[in-house]
Design a protein around this ligand. Structure first.
Ligand code: GLA
Length: 403
């Protein structure tokens, strides 16, 4: 598979045989199992998941890989090929590790499984991957899912996909300190090849929406601004609290409201005098974004990608102006893309304050878009960017099992 326009270390193509060799070199024994879990790109529906709303992400063709071999003692040995770091500890005594580090996601996932009595003895684990880190493509969700799915496949305990997803979300809450919604872990675990995933984040009902982009002559292009999301954690928490504050106000006149999911545009309009301007803007984004996701899913089912692109553009405007989670770098990349011939829609994707944009593009306009964005980005911000053309949607799966 070809990769375009990137020099990040994580861009390297990952070869299973090479991984199995790495495992043997690291642990002086053979792996029993190898699994992978993909990152995701959110096509539309941002900051709706923790408001009990709707999202429409798709998995990408970049993954976290986990290789494992069981041990007959209680020792856990972990190795990250990306970070060239190792960790060893008795399974009952996890060490203190820095929050939001690879070690915290991995030991956190193991701890969550251990408290459910699903893991009690030792194993050797090699972790690696090519999801860009801190780019808003859910490398941490992919890591959590790969670790849990890997251990489940190795030890063959019962854990349904939804419980796996909730457990992985808890890891993010408890070990990374980010009160994220459920979209990322859900998409990584249950996203499917050649499909986007429509998810109702309240009921957790979901549908795999066929994404026959090649047939339609279209491509999804992800543009990484390479601005790391420094503010992401604190501002993310602030947005969540603002949404809760808006719900508190709205409940005074409509007590049945549980989350912004329950608020209609009409109610919001009627209540505008009671909400302060910031809360009103935040709520309006969520209410309208939910509506856009429903419309986008319908457009996708109808093969109306022109309409889908328009909804993406409107989503970006709203994230920039009402929800205020964009940054000038993302705004430039989006507006430049939107004015490029052959681009149907463009928006920032994920939590914001850095990370990526997602673009729906006619396949034969991809190179034109890449060239324009690289040039203007360098010109305005003196920065380089990475462009990933999504070639396929991966899914969480077992790649290898020793007999
Ligand atoms: C991050 C979170 C998700 C979601 C998005 C914004 O990716 O992990 O749960 O809230 O931001 O849509």
């Amino acid at each position: 598979m070809t990769r375009h326009g990137s020099d990040v270390e994580s861009d390297e193509h990952i070869d299973l045989d090479a991984l199995l060799d790495q495992f043997s070199a690291a642990f002086r024994r053979e792996a029993d199992i190898a699994v992978r879990a993909p990152g995701r790109v959110n096509l539309i529906g941002d900051h709706t998941d923790y408001n009990d709303g709707f999202v429409l992400p798709a998995t990408i063709d970049r993954d976290v890989y986990v290789l494992l071999a069981v041990r007959n003692d209680p020792i856990v040995r972990l190795r990250s090929a990306n970070f060239d770091e190792s960790l060893e500890y008795p399974v009952e005594r996890p060490p203190d590790v820095p929050a939001a580090s690879w070690k915290s996601y991995v030991t956190g996932a193991i701890e969550e499984l251990r408290t459910l009595n699903l893991v009690s003895h030792g194993f050797d684990m090699l972790v690696t991957g090519n999801v860009p880190l801190g780019a808003g493509l859910s490398s941490s969700a992919a890591l959590e899912v790969a670790v849990v799915f890997g251990l489940q496949s190795l030890l063959e305990f019962e854990l349904n996909a939804i419980d796996c997803i909730r457990l992985c979300q808890r890891v993010e809450h408890r070990y990374a300190g980010v009160q994220c919604g459920i979209m990322d872990q859900f998409c990584s675990r249950l996203g499917r090849r050649d499909h986007a995933l429509f998810l109702d984040c309240r009921s957790l009902e979901y549908e795999h929406e066929p994404l026959p982009l090649a047939d339609a002559g279209l491509a999804i292009v992800i543009v990484n601004s390479r601005v790391s999301r420094e503010l992401a954690g604190s501002k993310y928490g602030e947005r969540r609290r603002e949404c809760e504050a808006a719900v508190d106000v709205l409940r005074r006149s409509a007590p049945d409201i549980v989350a912004l999911r329950d608020v209609s545009a009409d109610l919001l309009h009627a209540e505008r005098g009671n909400l302060d301007a910031v809360l009103a803007s935040r709520a309006r984004h969520v209410v309208e974004e939910n509506e856009r996701v429903l419309q986008a899913a319908a457009a996708m089912r109808a093969g109306d990608y022109g309409q889908f692109g328009q909804l993406m553009n409107a989503s970006h405007d709203s994230l920039r102006d009402l929800y205020e989670v964009s940054i000038p770098e993302l705004d430039l990349l989006v507006s430049e893309a939107q004015s490029t011939v052959g681009v149907l829609g463009a928006r920032m994707t994920g939590g914001g304050f850095g990370g990526c944009t997602v673009n729906l593009v006619e396949a034969d306009s991809v190179e034109e878009l890449r060239g324009r964005l690289e040039w203007i980005y360098e010109e305005r911000f003196r920065r380089r960017l990475d462009v990933y053309v999504l070639e396929e949607n991966h899914q969480t799966e077992i790649l290898f099992r020793a007999r």
